[in-house]
Design a protein around this ligand. Structure first.
Ligand SMILES: [Zn+2]
Length: 520
């Protein structure tokens, strides 16, 4: 028996967050992935709220979930209606999930002023709805909405609603910090009081992040005896979001010794998967799984982690699928360069003159506006050149671009001409693209293809432009970051210029150059 169960509500509460939208197919793919990762419950949606969720549950029956139980989410019956006749409750049963989660009101204020019914009727709504779902063979999770606010306003009433759910046969009483304003010490105290009052029904926790305490509050609840933790991947959700499962799971498992999932080392991949599917950028500073969670920049830190990783790392990064990265920056000393060179398979001795030369070059370029933190490809080229481990694969002698905008609604045309020379052979090509940079990319590849057919499989997967503040507007520079991919491998390259096309060209050329270096 597990001591803490993970209940994922990314597909329901998560989608109530701004900028987090999922199609029916997206939801099915995430559900499969969550199951493979090993969460215990997957809340798929609210069949009573929209036809898309009804459709999801119909399709979800075809999923072959190996471990997780699928839950449909909804509310108690309405006031003064027979539970058998409530259409929303009927839809919950029609979803045919093994688990149904319903929420009910714990706060007397909501009962009298929002629902406008009596305390007695509210308790009957909870008890009868839970009992009806249990009678129909469902495992019923009861979400006590606004539990902490309700408890502080009137503990007797809040506890009586939980008792009603327990009497109805709920398998777990989940205390919700719906408004996200409760503090960890209060959560621990109130959860402990609930355990004393209702020791026979398991307790769960559902927190929101309005005070940046959703994870801390969930941990406090577990300390007070909660055995189910609800949350979302990457903390997506209403307002500031839900309890972030990508933080709370490793805390429970790696810090508190409570085994919650079997393959924690796939956590980072799961986090990226959900970002990618929902088309959201990855949050670099996210705890545990963020790109910079184990990135070292200060020269002293870099020096120390090379001797002993745990000197500046709170866990082994691989335990959550992350890795140590060494940032090369203005702050870095030689150690960064040494480690980077070693990672590239070109080890340098400490104090080597080449390392000093590389560092000087990096600092010069950073002064011009370059940044190598996301452009390891360009840095590798720089190191290769300094170490004499570099053969120029082509000379780009000139390029020309044009952009024609028609006023009659005709699509604009972007055209690029590129001239390159490979072993003194000149190749001149022209290409159209849906953008100047795209046209340049296509023309450059076309020119090189006869000499290097393998570049046909290199793809440009990301293109980012940043205008760097100059001291006056005219001096502003443009930095372009490009990510190229081949097979499962990706690499970033960078270009800086006063001109966006030239900056793009430099990054494009580096991207292909690096690929050819690694090939040779
Ligand atoms: Zn919520």
């Amino acid at each position: 028996m597990k001591s803490v169960y993970i209940y994922d509500t990314t597909l329901r509460d998560g989608t109530q967050g701004e900028g987090f939208q999922l199609s029916g197919l997206d939801k099915l793919r995430i559900a499969e992935r969550l199951d493979a990762f090993g969460v215990d419950y997957i809340e798929g949606g609210w069949p009573g709220s929209n036809p898309k969720d009804v459709e999801f549950f119909r399709e979800a029956k075809k999923l072959k979930l190996k471990h997780a139980k699928l839950a449909a989410f909804g509310s108690t019956r309405r006031a003064n209606v027979k539970v058998e006749e409530d259409p929303q409750v009927r839809l919950l049963l029609e979803a045919e999930t093994p688990v149904v989660t319903i929420f009910g009101k714990s706060w007397e204020l909501h009962v009298t002023d929002i629902l406008r019914t009596t305390v007695e009727e509210n308790q009957a709504m909870i008890r009868e709805t839970v009992a009806h779902l249990v009678k129909n063979g469902r495992e019923v999770v009861y979400d006590a909405e606004h539990f902490f606010d309700g408890y502080k306003d009137g503990a007797g009433h809040a506890l009586a609603t939980l008792k009603a759910a327990a009497e109805g046969g709920a398998s777990c009483l989940v205390l919700c910090d719906t408004n996200g304003g409760t503090l960890p010490a209060e959560v621990e105290e109130i959860c402990a009081a609930v355990r004393r009052h209702l020791p026979d029904t398991p307790m769960g926790i559902h927190t929101h992040n309005d005070c940046e305490l959703a994870v801390a509050n969930a941990i406090s609840a577990v300390r007070a005896g909660a055995t189910q933790v609800q949350g979302t991947i990457n903390g997506y959700g209403e307002r500031t979001g839900n309890c972030n499962l990508t933080s709370v799971m490793p805390i429970l498992q790696l810090k508190m010794g409570i085994e919650v999932v079997p393959r924690m080392e796939e956590l980072r991949a799961l986090s990226h998967f959900v970002d990618d599917i929902s088309n959201n950028p990855h949050f670099a500073r996210a705890a545990f799984i963020g790109r910079t969670a184990f990135a070292h920049k200060g020269g002293m830190h870099v020096n120390a982690v090379q001797k002993l990783a745990r000197s500046y790392e709170h866990i082994v990064p691989a335990s959550v699928g992350n890795e140590q990265t060494i940032l090369v920056s203005e702050l870095s000393g030689q150690s960064n360069i040494l480690l980077k060179a070693e990672q590239m398979g070109m080890p340098l001795a400490k104090g080597a003159p080449e390392a000093a030369a590389i560092l000087t070059k990096v600092k010069e370029l950073e002064n011009e506006g370059y940044s190598f933190e996301a452009a390891g490809g360009s840095l590798e080229l720089l190191i290769r050149r300094e170490l004499g481990n570099y053969t120029k694969p082509f000379e780009s002698t000139e390029y020309h671009t044009s952009f024609r905008q028609y006023r009659d609604g005709h699509k604009p045309v972007c055209e690029a001409t590129v001239k390159v020379s490979v072993n003194n052979e000149i190749e001149l090509t022209v290409a159209e693209g849906n953008g100047v940079v795209n046209a340049l990319d296509i023309a450059l590849r076309k020119a090189l293809l006869p000499f290097y057919p393998e570049i046909a499989e290199v793809a440009l997967v990301d293109y980012k432009v940043r205008i760097l503040d100059g001291h006056d507007a005219t001096a502003a520079k443009t930095r372009v970051l490009i990510v190229s991919a081949h097979g499962g491998e990706t690499w970033g390259t960078v270009g800086v210029s006063d001109n966006i096309i030239e900056a793009s060209w430099l990054a494009l050329v580096d991207g292909i150059d690096l690929f050819l270096q690694r090939k040779s």
